[in-house]
Write a protein of this length. Structure first.
Length: 372
């Protein structure tokens, strides 16, 4: 593999940061460094990205443009529409805290055929780390926006951050989202990354039991697609089918997943690195779309981006030492960097232990109990 490109030449999606600002929330576990700054993406950046993306989308009708913050709605409807305008043939999705959603925003989302994802961490007592800039609970603001989406018949997915993976609460956690009518539930264990340096990773055994209990609850009422369960089942299916339907993480090229910051800077592989700088690696960007085409940046990424070579060393070390490598393909760049003191060539992270290894262990325990 050393002389072969390890990044796919064409991504399946691009992440766009229309603004760094996150109104009106100030979640205590947030990793974003500039969420209180009002940096707005100029239309020229979106036009530059669209020049490449429209060609990719012509060959891939499922190509996705993901608007992710800060809070994308803080850019305003008129400006967000101007940023979306240059894109052709793409699927737009937007991830929001939902606090700004009103009837006018619902009409915008419907008119622009935008898939909506919402951040909420469960019932009110599980949502205490999602607070406003004024330090007040944000739960009711988010629920008000969700109610508007439901009134307008707009389906939505959810990403929930779990800071305390209590197995005894997994059932109530799942039922909250099932009753809400969520289409897909993604569960993120709280991570130590970015400016969130105070978190303490949960015990992996407790996490495994949480995942088991969550899958138990899903099996009793499988009305919501669990993102993490789908990942495990897709992996198991590929193993049982001898590698179908596609390459496993062991052999598949990494999707470069370009993240385009408000100023046009492009960070590959790990959106969580955008906005940070390092004495050795600089600002982690591969380049800027206002100077070079996004297609050029992706193809030339490994020559342009010093940290990626060190990251591949870490991936190879995972491959050689970790029995779970075939499932996860190696720890993510941001987790490596922030958990290993600025190094990209470390191996297992706390996030690996709680969100990957504990996940597959928990699903296996469920299967052992219920699939005999």
């Amino acid at each position: 593999m050393p002389n072969q490109p390890r990044l796919a030449p064409v991504p399946g999606a691009v992440v766009m940061q229309p603004t760094t600002r996150c109104l009106p929330m100030d979640c205590t576990y947030c990793y974003l460094p500039f969420r209180r700054a009002d940096h707005l993406m100029p239309a020229a950046v979106a036009h530059a990205v669209a020049m490449t993306v429209n060609g990719w989308a012509a060959a891939n009708p499922a190509f996705e443009v993901v608007w992710h913050g800060g809070e994308p709605l803080a850019a305003g409807r008129e400006h967000l529409a101007a940023l979306m305008a240059p894109f052709e043939g793409v699927k737009h999705s937007l991830h929001t805290n939902a606090a700004l959603i009103d009837d006018a925003w619902c009409e915008f989302l419907r008119d622009h055929d935008v898939h909506v994802g919402v951040s909420i961490d469960g019932p009110e007592d599980m949502n205490v780390r999602r607070v406003t800039l004024g330090g007040r609970p944000g739960f009711h603001l988010t629920m008000r926006g969700i109610d508007r989406l439901r009134q307008h018949g707009i389906p939505f997915s959810v990403i929930a951050v779990v800071s305390d993976p209590d197995p005894a609460q997994a059932g109530r956690f799942y039922r909250f989202f099932a009753d809400m009518g969520v289409t897909v539930l993604g569960v993120n264990m709280e991570e130590e990354e970015g400016i969130n340096t105070g978190t303490t990773a949960a015990d992996p055994e407790r996490c495994a039991e949480f995942w088991r209990a969550l899958v138990d609850s899903w099996a009793d009422n499988p009305v919501v697609r669990l993102r993490e369960l789908s990942r495990v089942m897709n992996f198991v299916g590929a193993v049982l089918d001898g590698g179908a339907p596609g390459p496993s993480p062991v052999s598949a090229p990494w999707d470069p997943l370009p993240t385009v910051a408000h100023d046009g800077g492009v960070v590959l592989l790990s959106p969580e690195l955008a906005g940070f700088t390092d004495n050795r690696f600089g600002d982690f960007t591969t380049g800027n779309v206002l100077r070079d085409g996004l297609d050029v940046l992706v193809v030339e990424a490994e020559d342009r981006t010093p940290w990626i070579a060190e990251f591949w060393k870490g991936v190879d070390a995972c491959r050689a030492t970790c029995p779970y490598f075939a499932f996860c393909g190696g720890a993510h760049p941001a987790n490596r960097y922030f958990e290993h003191g600025g190094r990209m060539d470390g191996t297992r992270t706390r996030y690996c232990s709680t969100a990957k290894i504990a996940l597959i262990e928990g699903v296996a325990r469920h299967a052992a109990e219920h699939c005999q």
